[in-house]
Ligand binder design. Structure first.
Ligand code: GDP
Ligand code: MN
Length: 346
């Protein structure tokens, strides 16, 4: 091992030398990206940021997923960005294909309506497949069978702040289920029946509702009443899931499995444009203890056009407190104050 200690020690742990003597060894977790071969440049850029600010200190493995095989170029260029192990995984067709009960003609008709409502990617079938996979399939991939925590990373995102502790260990030690940086309102026309379907599900499975749920956050109608009306009772405020640090046990739990199956059968991943962000957020908000959700205020992050930029000398390259570098109206899309109002700073 050319890198010396402590990486050398950690490396030996991977080879089965036993964890006993190493209290600070990595826990069972991976960085996770669904990505296309054509996005290799953006992926390398995102990796470079996260390796520089965090992962070079911990060397958590990367796991890349794709619906087609990864190219040699993609593998070489991404592996060159990290000392950590990189895994390249193909998504099984039965996890990616449009389910048999989805009607092609109805999908085409729905795509037309989504387009009329200016819903981005509404007519792009693969985008619907991606949202469905991120909602209810990714954690069923055999490559994650023995993994407990993941940090989702998209191509082209930025990380700005040095983070000196193991965030996965933080999640485990503090018994956290879900970590986020940004909360946003969604386009109501992408999810008109998501909340009604959720209420139907809840009526059939009242025991799944956690006693310390975040229902009040989900139902807020004070700041964006028109969103709540158009989304039929849901504020549309959600954790922006292109950043997501979470415990896979939650997605694998019976409440979530039953909820996803209900939504999947209802068809809204295709007949509407349900995103994995509102689906994950509603599930976490209803079925999990709200105190198990953590805001990573210290992780400087950008996915165009929004930032989470902390007030800290550890951050370089983003403007402290700035939420967007886009048009002024975008500032209204931030709904973190709602989370803090109903649930707290966590
Ligand atoms: P946006 O953030 O909502 O604009 O959507 P993106 O285009 O960023 O897609 C979300 C994530 O899914 C990104 O990591 C993409 O690389 C990935 N993704 C989207 N569609 C596909 C696809 O058809 N195949 C693969 N392999 N990845 C996809
Ligand atoms: Mn994206």
């Amino acid at each position: 091992d050319p890198t010396g200690e402590p990486e050398g020690l950690l490396h030996r742990v991977d080879e089965g030398y036993g964890l006993g003597e190493l209290g600070t060894a990595r826990i069972n977790a991976t960085l996770l990206s669904l990505v296309r071969n054509e996005e290799v440049v953006g992926m390398v850029q995102a990796m470079r940021d996260l390796e520089r600010t965090w992962n070079h200190k911990f060397n958590y493995p990367w796991t890349f997923f794709n619906d087609v095989p990864f190219s040699e170029e993609f593998k070489q260029k991404t592996q060159a960005e990290t000392k950590a192990v990189c895994n390249y995984e193909l998504i099984p067709a039965e996890h990616w294909d449009v389910p048999s009960w989805i009607d092609d003609d109805l999908f085409e008709e729905s795509a037309r309506i989504l387009k009329e409502n200016d819903i981005q990617y509404g007519a792009m079938k693969s985008y619907h497949q991606m949202c469905r996979w991120n909602s209810g399939l990714f954690y069923k991939h055999p490559a994650l069978e023995h993994t407990q925590f993941y940090w989702r990373v998209e191509p082209k995102v930025h990380f700005f702040c040095d983070v000196d502790y193991d965030v996965f260990r933080y999640m485990a030690d503090h018994n956290k289920t879900y970590g986020f940086t940004i909360n946003l309102y969604d386009a109501p026309a992408s999810i008109p029946t998501l909340w009604p379907e959720t209420m139907k599900f809840l009526a059939q499975h009242p025991k799944h509702l956690h006693e310390n749920n975040a229902m009040n956050w989900l139902k807020d109608s004070t700041r964006r009443p028109e969103h709540n009306i158009k989304a039929n009772g849901y504020s549309t405020c959600h954790f922006w899931s292109n950043f997501e640090i979470a415990n896979l046990d939650f997605w694998r739990s019976q409440p979530y499995e039953e909820y996803f199956n209900h939504l999947d059968r209802a068809g809204g991943f295709f007949y509407e444009r349900w995103g994995d962000a509102p689906v994950h957020s509603i599930a976490v908000g209803l079925f999990e203890d709200a105190s198990k959700v953590h805001w990573f205020r210290d992780i400087g992050y950008q996915h165009i056009p929004y930032f989470n930029c902390p007030n800290s000398p550890k951050c370089k390259g983003c403007v402290m407190g700035q939420f967007t570098d886009g048009e002024a109206w975008l500032r209204k899309e931030d709904c973190r104050p709602n989370w803090f109002k109903y649930v707290g700073m966590g």
